[in-house]
Design a protein around this ligand. Structure first.
Ligand code: 2HG
Ligand code: ZN
Length: 540
C-alpha cells in the first residue's frame, strides 16, 4: 500500500551509480580504506574515493608517524622476540608466522592512519588450541601480544604501540553451529560481520549489530570492543545479545563459556568481563550470539529538518507514533552532507537543510508499517518539524539512503587529519558542543561536524584539519572531555578506549571503578602481556 502523501514529496531521486572518475587527483582507495569498505568496494558498490588535493595530510603514500614518536609513551619491560621464539611459533602454526616487513606494514597501522606500531611478527592461528599454545609460550617468555581482528577500530586499540606480537584472528573464520528455531549462531572470532549477516539472512535471521565497517570487521573484535552501531536502538548492546564466549586467558588457559542459553543464572556472568575489554583480559576465540528474526518489512525515511530542536521533536514524535517498529534514528548535520557529496560524490536526496534524519522501521507487516509511517510523516511535515523528505521501501534504495549516513567516516578520512570524539550526552544537549567548537576553533579546523546515533544519545563529533597538530589537539582536549563530564556523559559511547582514550576514562569512571579495573587486569593477566598500553589509564 502506497501512503497517500507520497506524491507531495520529491519524486524518487536517482543517485549517481558508482563509477571510477579518471582525474589527475583521483586515487584508488588505500589498503586501509578498502579494508573499511570491505566487500562493498570489491562488489563495485563503493563510489570512487577522490582526494580534495593531491597532497593531503592523509596521503596514503606517506608513512604514518610512529605512535611512540607522536605520543608520550614508554615501552614496558617485555622480552624481545628471539629466533628461538620464532621457531616455537613455527612449530605451533607452521607456515603462518609472518616476519616479512612488507606484509607487516598494514597490520601495524590503524585504518585511519593515525597510529603505527613496529611489530616484527604476525601470527595467524586457525584454532583455539593454537591460540592457547601461543599465549602459554608468550606468558612464559614475557612477550607482549596485540590481538587483532579486522583492524577497523577508531581508538588505536587494534595495532601495536611498540613491538608487540600481532595475533590475528583472520583465519579463525568458521561458523560452528546455527540453531534455526532460536536463531543462535556460534562461530569463531575471525568471521567477518557481513559474511555472518549473509549467512543468517539466508536462514531468515539478521545479526543484532550492523556497522559501517561490516565488510571487514571481525565478530570477535566487535565483541572485544563492545561495538554499538546502527541496530543498537532496536536490539541493544552486545552485553545482551552475546550468550556465550570462548576466551583464551593470558597464560593459555581456555575458558569455555560458550553456552547457547538464553538463561543461565549460575553465579558471575564471566563472559561480560570480556565484552568491551579490548583484548586486555583474554583473547576471544569463539562467540555465541542471539540473532533476531529477519523483519519482513523495512522502510527508510530520509528527512530534512530546519534546526536541532526540530530534530529532537521529530525523535519524540517518532517514538510516540512508530514505537515498536522503529529500528534506527540517525542524524547528520549539513557539513556531513557536504562531505559525502564532495568526497564521495553521493547525491543529496532531499532539499538542502541544516540537519538530516534517517529513520528506519522494521516490522512484520508491510501494510501496517506503511500506514503508521505515512501518518507519522504527514504529521511531521504538516507541523513544520520536517521540511522535505523521501521514503525508500525497496532494498536498493534503502542501501543508497543508508550509504549517506554510513559513509560519513570515509568522507571525513578523505578530508584531512581527523580528530574523533564519540560521546554519550543527554540528547537535549547533544549538539551544543558542535556549535561551541566551531566558534572555539574558527578557521583552524576545516570542518567540525556532528552526526550519529541520536536514538542512543550518541554523538560522533569529528574535527578535520590539514594535518595533525599538537596545538589543535590541546585546544580540543581536555575541553571536549570536560564538557562531556559536566553533562555526566561518557567519553566513549561505543568506540571503546583503546590507546587514544585510555588516559581520559577518568572523566567518565570514578576512581573506585578504575581501581577495580586495574585489579581485574592484574588477576587475569598478572604480567600485563595482553594488549598493553590500552584501555586502562597509564599508572604514574
Ligand atoms: O567515524 C566516526 O566517528 C563514527 C563511526 C561509526 O561509529 C558510525 O557510526 O558511523
Ligand atoms: Zn557510530
Amino acid at each position: 500500500m502506497v501512503p497517500h502523501w507520497v506524491p507531495r514529496w520529491p519524486v524518487w531521486f536517482f543517485l549517481a551509480s558508482p563509477r571510477w572518475r579518471q582525474t589527475a587527483c583521483t586515487l584508488r582507495p588505500s589498503v586501509e580504506q578498502r579494508r573499511w569498505l570491505g566487500s562493498r568496494w570489491l562488489a563495485g558498490v563503493a563510489s570512487p574515493l577522490a582526494y580534495r588535493g593531491c597532497s593531503s595530510a592523509s596521503s596514503h603514500t606517506s608513512k604514518v608517524t610512529l605512535t611512540k614518536d607522536r605520543y608520550p609513551v614508554q615501552r614496558l619491560p617485555f622480552s624481545v622476540v628471539s629466533e628461538e621464539d620464532l621457531a616455537t611459533f613455527e612449530r605451533i602454526i607452521p607456515g603462518r608466522v609472518i616476519t616479512d616487513p612488507e606484509e607487516l606494514e598494514a597490520p601495524n597501522v590503524d585504518w585511519l592512519r593515525t597510529v603505527r606500531g613496529c611489530s616484527k611478527v604476525l601470527l595467524r592461528p586457525r584454532t583455539t588450541e593454537e591460540v592457547s599454545c601461543i599465549l602459554r609460550h608468550c606468558h612464559e617468555r614475557n612477550l607482549a601480544v596485540n590481538p587483532q581482528g579486522g583492524n577497523t577500530g577508531m581508538v588505536g586499540g587494534s595495532v601495536p604501540i611498540f613491538d608487540e606480537i600481532i595475533l590475528s584472528t583472520a583465519l579463525m573464520n568458521q561458523v560452528i553451529s546455527f540453531y534455526s528455531v532460536s536463531g543462535i549462531l556460534v562461530c569463531q572470532a575471525g568471521c567477518i560481520l557481513e559474511e555472518l549477516s549473509r549467512y543468517v539472512e539466508e536462514r531468515n535471521f539478521i545479526m543484532p549489530l550492523d556497522l559501517g565497517a561490516k565488510g571487514s570487521c571481525h565478530i570477535g573484535g566487535n565483541v572485544a570492543t563492545n561495538a554499538g552501531g546502527l541496530r543498537f536502538l532496536r536490539y541493544g548492546s552486545l552485553h545482551g545479545t552475546v550468550l556465550g564466549l570462548e576466551v583464551v586467558l593470558a597464560d593459555g588457559t581456555i575458558l569455555n563459556c560458550l553456552t547457547s542459553l538464553r538463561k543461565d543464572n549460575t553465579g558471575y556472568d564471566l563472559k561480560q568481563l570480556f565484552i568491551g575489554s579490548e583484548g586486555t583480559l583474554g583473547v576471544i576465540t569463539a562467540v555465541s550470539i542471539l540473532c533476531p528474526p529477519k523483519p519482513k518489512a523495512v522502510n527508510v525515511a530520509f528527512l530534512g529538518c530546519p534546526g536541532f530542536a526540530e530534530v529532537l521533536q521529530t525523535f519524540s514524535t517518532c517514538k510516540g507514533m512508530l514505537g515498536e517498529i522503529l529500528s534506527a534514528f540517525e542524524f547528520m548535520d549539513a557539513e556531513c552532507m557536504w562531505l559525502v557529496r564532495h568526497h564521495l560524490h553521493l547525491t543529496r536526496p532531499v532539499q538542502e537543510s541544516p540537519f538530516y534524519v534517517l529513520i528506519e522501521t522494521s516490522g512484520s507487516s508491510a501494510g501496517h508499517d506503511a500506514e503508521k509511517l505515512g501518518n507519522f510523516l504527514e504529521h511531521v511535515l504538516d507541523s513544520g518539524l520536517v521540511t522535505d523528505g523521501t521514503l525508500a521501501t525497496d532494498e536498493r534504495k534503502i542501501k543508497v539512503l543508508w550509504g549517506l549516513r554510513e559513509r560519513i567516516t570515509e568522507a571525513l578520512s578523505l578530508d584531512g587529519y581527523v580528530y574523533k570524539y564519540d560521546i554519550s550526552l543527554p540528547v537535549e544537549q547533544l549538539y551544543d558542543i558542535v556549535t561551541d567548537l566551531r566558534i572555539r576553533l574558527g578557521p583552524r579546523a576545516k570542518h567540525v561536524v556532528g552526526y550519529g546515533h541520536l536514538g542512543d544519545g550518541n554523538l560522533h563529533l569529528n574535527v578535520t584539519a590539514e594535518a595533525f597538530s599538537t596545538s589543535l589537539l590541546d585546544t580540543l582536549e581536555p575541553h571536549v572531555y570536560e564538557w562531556t563530564a559536566k553533562q555526566r556523559g561518557s567519553v566513549s559511547a561505543e568506540h571503546g578506549v583503546g590507546f587514544k582514550k585510555r588516559n581520559v576514562v577518568g572523566y567518565s569512571k570514578l576512581p573506585a571503578a578504575l581501581q577495580l579495573m586495574h585489579q581485574l587486569k592484574a588477576l587475569l593477566d598478572p604480567k600485563g602481556i595482553l594488549n598493553p598500553y590500552k584501555t586502562l589509564p597509564s599508572q604514574a
